[in-house]
Design a protein. Structure first.
Length: 69
């Protein structure tokens, strides 16, 4: 049998996301569905694994974190 290892990343505020990770942003209208606050200008919610990260769209820095509900 083949063993599958799932790596879960631990994210912290101030950490920078790679451009590949930033591509997983959720639609601007979808944030309400996930009970997230409305992103401000130049902010995007990004879903990575089972976490939502509020990211600065320009720099890629993590501003806030939320668990999926």
């Amino acid at each position: 049998t083949k063993k599958v290892i799932i790596k879960k990343r631990h994210f912290v505020r101030g950490q920078r996301l790679s451009p590949a990770e930033r591509r997983h942003f959720i639609d601007r209208r979808e944030y309400r569905r996930y009970h997230l606050r409305e992103p401000r200008r130049n902010e995007r919610w990004v879903r990575v694994d089972n976490q939502f990260l509020l990211v600065n769209a320009v720099s890629g820095l993590i501003i806030g974190l939320a668990a999926a509900r």
